[in-house]
Ligand binder design. Sequence first.
Ligand SMILES: [Zn+2]
Ligand SMILES: [Zn+2]
Length: 139
Amino acid sequence: MKLSGSCYCRALEYELKLESPDEARTSLCHCSSCKKAFGTNYGLTAKVPLTSFNYTSGHPKEFVGDNGSGTILHREFCDKCGSFILEYGDPVKNEFRFICVGSLDEPDALPPKGEFFCESRSEWMPEISGVFHKMKIKE
Ligand SMILES: [Zn+2]
Ligand SMILES: [Zn+2]
């Protein structure tokens, strides 16, 4: 399957080529680093193989920082409109990208398979049924 995505102003556009939807793992993450980075009460990303992802337009701005538990995280976003496009931990930089699901042109194409850091879930936020739940670590 071929999916496309972009930032809000479309200066950045990308293409995602997956053998099947099973190659992507969409998950919610309730950790404090995701809350800050996404500006919401959870982060929503799809983990995909690095080789499936390609920018087709523009060049992202990158921010590199510690996620608070000693892992260096890379985050890429549009330097014009500020949209957050993807992130990845330094240890998996040659293997995976975690794409912000809302940046896909059809975000519903990759529904969630699990939730991470459920211990930090907002009290008002219900659990998603039928997916895995982990109290902490996002692998
Ligand atoms: Zn943009
Ligand atoms: Zn997180």
